[in-house]
Design a binder for this molecule. Sequence first.
Ligand SMILES: [Zn+2]
Length: 213
Amino acid sequence: MSQPSKSIKWCSMSKESRKFQVPDALANAYDFANSLDLRHFTHHGVQHQRAEDLPDAAALGDWMQQRRLIDRTAPPSQRTFEAALQLRDAIRDYLKCDPAERHRRASVTAPLNKAMEPFALRVASIGKDGFALMPVQADAQAGLSAIVAELYNAAAAGTLDRLKMCAADECQRVFFDRSKPGTRRWCQSTLCGNREKTRTYRERHKHDPEMET
Ligand SMILES: [Zn+2]
């Protein structure tokens, strides 16, 4: 496992995280949350197809190896795979919740806590950078523990609140909010934001009696 960076770097972990300038320290958690792609909006006349990057345990193993989260070539067990999907669901539900509300919503924190349970972490001294959370397991679970560690580190650094889910129902893409006030609701305001605003406008005027005359 690579050591977590102390400061935010704008270099890449994946094509997507680089494109949207997700901090390195959160890139795996971002990619993991987006390994389920529920986007089904139509853009330039083409409907986006939903996609599942992790259809089985072997795919999860490949995904983690590509990101150097695990060294082994053995794929994760079926049990680890199922725990991974539970973890992803719980992370997505947590990120869907407004950052100001997250800590008081037991309906998102309790399932997340339960889903993180199998992925144990330990504290290790890592030289000049001080201490870091490291996976306890040496098997495929280590890769998922590393993602849990990213969440912990981001929460401690205050950047986890900027990891959000796009408010558009037909998108639900996880994005990193780089806006100064940190109040963005859509992954891309020019895309999802505009679509939503146009719909709201139409809805409002549909029910506006003055517009019907
Ligand atoms: Zn979106």
